[in-house]
Design a protein around this ligand. Structure first.
Ligand SMILES: [Zn+2]
Length: 456
């Protein structure tokens, strides 16, 4: 029995797919105007782990991630379009900007062993679907027009605020928000008009005038188009709860006339650095490449994510990732010395499944792995770890494929010759030299084995 925590009903519920054939998952994706920091990446490691658990349980999955390349404004419904702004600053086309940051992002996901979704959907490639959805909302009387766009009237949607426990028109955390001509503070733009004085790179004709879609409408339009009227799981960061997901629910349920549109809303906690949320606006971001430059691998970061439950905030620090790295290295070292007996240890696997099926208790799953590794009497270790790793996605059984530098290889050959000539002293000197280059040499007769030394 699988149970996940649903942010909408605020409790753990038994997971049962809406349809027999596959589980439908929608993940809110990146706005591709800048690097995705490790706090953003945590959300994709989470959705990947979730997907792996569902696949492990024997279901098929249809997974969508959207790519926001238009309409995400600097101040919710106002301000500048983030992508257009970046393009202007860098004197590039919008496509050059979005292609560049999207490929960077995809590269990070690949390093993190995140399985690609079945569909990457660009907002700009689904303008027609977004206009159709707004038309439907207009027909049903949920919209009104102001001087700068078409808005959703949140006072007309009876479930508004149910996800985040707030009332229509209520301020979020007392934050001052520009209201413009909006009727209620919680109303939001579905379509924004291009300003007459502004020359946008991306704008389209619509029944209401030339402009571009609001940020929230793309997710509703594309989720409905690719996953249908009922979705199993919708994921995102905890910062999506108050505005973005509340608005997605309003748009989709008002247009479709269904409730609930999504069976499970699942949200991942923030990544905190020095007790504050990592965010670009606060200038505290760290990218995966920067983490690698500090001497940690993408797998060290992936493993770090499993040491805190996804709904809790993850405290980033050098000590924390250092611990994750050491721990992962120890796990891999122990595994290297285990012989595969071809069996599976059902007892441990069951314990592991109980953890992952209980709202993705990954810290608990890691504890089960350690228990298995330390149990001297347990059999079936390798095949069991292999199954566990289909969820961890850490490559626990992969042999490290490190290229030996030519300089080190040459020295090793030379040393082998010296040993054949019984020139032990000179051979020892070369061993020292090899060590200074970060390698350890072991003798196997006159042959040798090289091993990369891990820095302490
Ligand atoms: Zn979204």
């Amino acid at each position: 029995m699988i149970r996940f925590y649903d942010s909408y009903s605020k409790r753990k519920k038994v997971f049962k797919p809406v349809e027999e054939d596959y589980v439908k998952i929608y993940t809110c994706g990146p706005t591709v105007y800048w690097h995705q920091h490790i706090g953003n990446l945590r959300a994709y490691i989470f959705s990947d782990t979730l997907k792996r658990v569902i696949l492990y349980a024997g279901h098929k999955v249809r997974h969508v991630i959207n790519v926001t390349d238009v309409g995400h404004l600097t101040e919710d419904d106002f301000g500048e379009d983030k992508v257009e702004k970046r393009a202007k600053e860098e004197k590039k086309t919008v496509q050059e900007i979005t292609n560049f940051y999207f490929s960077r992002f995809k590269n990070d996901l690949k390093k993190l062993k995140v399985i690609e979704p079945d569909f990457w959907l660009y907002a700009t490639e689904h303008i027609r679907e977004q206009i159709e959805l707004i038309k439907k909302l207009e027909e049903k009387g949920y919209t009104y027009i102001t001087g700068d766009g078409v808005y959703f009237d949140t006072s007309k949607f009876k479930y508004y605020g149910k996800l985040s426990n707030k009332k229509t028109g209520e301020l979020i955390g007392g934050k001052r928000i520009k209201i413009g001509e909006k009727k209620n503070i919680t109303d939001f733009a579905l379509w924004k008009f291009s300003k007459p004085e502004e020359k946008r790179q991306q704008e389209w004709e619509s029944p209401w005038g030339r402009g571009f879609p609001g940020w929230h409408i793309e997710c509703s339009a594309m989720a409905i188009e690719y996953l249908g009227k009922r979705i199993d799981i919708h994921t995102g960061g905890e910062d999506h709860i108050h505005i973005h997901h509340e608005n997605e629910i309003a748009q989709s349920e008002a247009a479709l006339g269904v409730h609930p549109w999504v069976n499970f809303w699942m949200h991942v906690g923030f990544l905190l650095k020095e007790k504050e949320k990592m965010s670009k606006s606060k200038g505290r971001i760290l990218t995966l490449s920067e983490v690698e430059k500090l001497g940690f691998s993408a797998m060290d970061f992936r493993f770090l994510n499993f040491l805190t439950h996804y709904r809790k905030q993850l405290h980033w620090s050098i000590e924390a990732i250092e611990n994750a790295k050491t721990s992962l290295l120890r796990i891999k070292k122990i595994i290297e010395n285990i012989k595969d007996d071809g069996r599976i240890n059902r007892e441990y696997l069951k314990e592991f499944e109980e953890r992952i099926y209980d709202d993705l208790d990954m810290p608990g799953a890691v504890a089960v792995l350690w228990k298995l590794l330390r149990d001297e009497k347990a059999n079936g270790k390798i095949k069991t770890i292999e199954k566990m790793d289909s969820v961890f996605g850490l490559g626990l059984l992969e042999k490290e494929n490190i290229k030996i530098p030519d300089e080190v290889l040459e020295l090793a050959k030379k040393r082998s010759e010296l040993r054949k000539q019984k020139k032990w002293l000179e051979a020892d000197e070369i061993r020292e030299k090899i060590a200074s280059l970060g390698w350890k040499i072991d003798d196997v007769g006159f042959d040798w084995k090289l091993e990369k030394l891990h820095k302490p």
